[in-house]
Write a protein of this length. Structure first.
Ligand code: GLA
Ligand code: ZN
Length: 675
């Protein structure tokens, strides 16, 4: 059931505040809290001495107040006594500088002492709380990222990892092309970490990719060890982890595998500017990890900031952002944080309640949202977003692109955003999924730079199109094999036959502008990258204009099997995607449901025969969207003559009639409402 919650740190305020907190949580409709993920030193003040009485007391109070708790495993903040005893838990950076105590996450996850002591505190917590009536689940650690540590322990384990993978040094030397710059190894111990050396960190890309895989897996092993322990000791509880939206240092599909569901932290704005953490794309990436609904474990609820503060978002905007999370598949919205900290680094990251403990404006805003959620929870129970369009994703592509970015704007999420925006303005749900999710359920699949291309992945794409799917490929597809070495073949290498093109030449434009022209004579500005395409079966649908490639094909379409493969050899201004994707959506028989103005968003949740539309206007003035017929307003303005107008930061929720013959002028579009 949909619910709201708060991240709660009772260890950071005086105990006399607790009863007030619980009463105010009740008033706000908060039915879940996440807690204890940074409280190791309070739970184990000295080695082996546990002090859980305070946690017992607050959990009892919460239980009396009808509030449930998710307990965080506290391994993001190892206590000072542990570091004093085992200084080698501190990680090393690329200059082999040993980091010290002071913030959090100052730990190498490959360190056996870190792991053993982590297991011990978790075991103590689980034994104590497995049957506590307030506790319903666990969050593993906090916002895990790849263990990018360069300490001697990591070095040694990296060698073991490499031996396990390549077996012989000959195989490794060969796969990595180690003859380049005389880097052939005759002993495993000679293989460096990608640390800072003369010339910087420009190591062999094969070595770098393997290191990224190794350290991604190190974090995942650390996570899985915790999961295994909790499954054994607290089998009635769910286990989740709070991921970070578009963060890509580790393989989130592997990270998600053993969890019951994914949670994520949603901060669309921070004082540091536009944030990779929160956005509708991030929400869809998070939902796609397990292809099921998620929780938002931390949701922005006011002024953010550590030393510098962000602007105070309006209550309407905050509500809009929270509804957006729900629309994209969140079943719980947990606000970060309940009480604003009077101490510590995050004093200025504002909670629901101010430093003074008095419930003020933000409290009332959260409470109002809580009321709405309570009202619609029964109706939305069991609903989830469904989509006919997918963007495919693999974290290896991010690793490899981070290692060699090649041109500004070529990042995988940057690329995805071009297509995503165009799909969004048509009011379509978009899934972001790994290839293993299976593509056949989708009518249209977009694969931003499938840069590392294995024969298995290629077969997946080929099969999908063969069976009737429509696939969009982009530049830098098939450049590398799994060892991060370039294919000795024309691009897009293993997908050449599918795409019906060969890349004859290319240009890393970055921020520089160029242009293309479509068959209709329409011109569009391009940047980032330009592929000059040679036709080998495909038809050109746009040509380069105004560059050294003028007149040559830039975008192509190839009918293949029962489907079609498009190759977009450029990155263009939004208007091109609106025009071309509009056409492709029609060909794929996905009906463009709506026309949404910039900053207005739609998303759908459905179950059985029920279907609900969420509309959000993120503009600071009113906007009107063209919508299909058959919509009944449950929240926000009702449709009038095929359109809905929402005020600044307005939210609308609509029930969609299942009757395809609906409604007057918008008949053709109503069919998308069919279950
Ligand atoms: C992250 C963390 C929280 C807190 C917030 C605000 O999302 O998970 O512990 O630090 O940011 O800075
Ligand atoms: Zn290390």
């Amino acid at each position: 059931m949909l619910q709201i919650g708060a991240d709660y740190y009772p260890e950071q305020c005086s105990e006399s505040c607790w009863p007030t907190d619980v009463a105010l949580m009740n008033e706000a409709g908060v039915s879940i809290v996440r807690m204890a993920e940074f409280a190791w030193s309070r739970m184990e003040p000295a080695e082996g001495q546990y002090a859980f009485e305070w946690l017992d007391r607050i959990l009892d109070l919460l239980h009396q107040g009808g509030i449930q708790a998710v307990l965080g495993t506290p391994t993001a903040t190892p206590p000072a006594w542990l570091h004093a005893r085992y200084p080698d838990i501190y990680p090393m950076d690329q200059r082999k500088y040993r980091l010290g105590f002071g913030i959090r996450e100052q730990r190498c996850l490959n360190n056996d002492n870190m792991r053993a002591y982590g297991q011990r505190i978790i075991e103590a917590m689980a034994r104590r709380y497995a049957e506590h009536p307030a506790v319903v689940g666990w969050q593993i650690d906090n916002e895990l990222s790849a263990n990018l540590c360069y300490c001697p322990i990591c070095h040694e384990k990296f060698h073991v990892w490499l031996q396990g993978k390549y077996n012989t040094l000959d195989a490794l030397n060969q796969a990595w092309g180690a003859s380049f710059w005389s880097q052939e190894y005759s002993d495993w111990a000679q293989i460096p970490l990608p640390w800072h050396v003369k010339g910087g960190v420009f190591h062999n890309p094969s070595l770098q990719l393997e290191f990224r895989r190794f350290q991604s897996q190190a974090t995942i092993d650390f996570e899985r060890e915790q999961i295994a322990l909790l499954r054994r000791l607290a089998p009635r509880h769910f286990i989740t982890h709070n991921m970070m939206g578009l963060h890509n240092s580790l393989d989130c599909y592997e990270l998600g595998k053993e969890l019951d569901f994914v949670s994520w932290d949603n901060y669309p704005i921070t004082p540091w500017g536009e944030s990779p953490f929160g956005s509708p794309l991030a929400a869809d990436v998070m939902r796609g990890i397990k292809q099921r609904n998620v929780w938002v474990m931390e949701q922005i609820n006011g002024i953010t900031g550590w030393n510098t503060m962000g602007r105070r978002p309006s209550g309407e905007w905050l509500r809009c952002a929270a509804w957006q999370a729900v629309a994209h598949g969140a079943d719980a919205v947990v606000f970060f944080r309940w009480r604003t900290a009077c101490y510590g680094t995050e004093q200025f990251w504002h909670g629901v309640i101010n430093h003074d403990g008095v419930p003020r404006r933000r409290f009332r805003e959260v409470a109002a949202f809580g009321k709405e959620i309570q009202q619609f929870a029964p109706m939305l129970d069991g609903t989830a977003p469904r989509s006919e369009v997918a963007i495919v994703n693999a974290y290896e592509q991010h690793f490899a692109m981070d290692i060699q970015p090649q041109a500004e704007g070529l990042g995988i999420w940057d690329q995805a955003a071009h297509y995503y925006r165009a799909l969004q303005t048509r009011g379509l749900n978009v899934d972001v999924v790994p290839l293993s999710a299976g593509l056949n359920a989708y009518k249209l699949v977009i694969a931003p730079s499938w840069y590392i291309l294995t024969p298995e992945d290629a077969a997946c794409f080929i099969d999908y199109v063969q069976q009737g799917g429509t696939l969009i490929l982009s530049p830098r597809t098939g450049v590398k094999n799994a060892d991060n070495a370039c294919y000795e073949a024309p691009l897009p290498s293993l997908l050449r036959e599918l795409a019906g093109v060969e890349v004859d030449d290319y240009d890393a434009l970055g921020k520089d502008e160029s242009s293309i022209q479509t068959a209709g004579g329409q011109k569009y500005a391009t940047s980032v990258w330009a592929d000059l395409l040679q036709l080998h079966g495909a038809d050109a649908i746009a040509w380069h204009a105004g560059s050294v490639f003028t007149g040559e094909p830039a975008i192509t379409r190839h009918h293949y099997g029962s489907g079609a493969a498009y190759y977009f050899g450029v990155f263009a201004e939004p208007a091109l995607y609106d025009a071309l994707l509009g056409r492709i959506l029609e060909e794929s028989e996905i009906q463009g449901l709506m026309e949404l103005p910039e900053g207005m968003e739609a998303a759908w949740r459905e179950k059985d025969k029920q279907k609900y539309l969420f509309l959000m206007n993120f503009n600071d003035s009113e906007r009107t969207a063209a919508v299909p017929g058959g919509l009944t307003a449950l929240l926000g303005n009702a449709p009038e003559n095929g359109s809905i107008t929402l005020p600044a930061y307005g939210v609308g929720l609509y029930e969609c009639a299942m009757n395809p013959h609906g409604i007057g002028t918008h008949q053709t579009q109503t069919s998308i409402c069919k279950a």
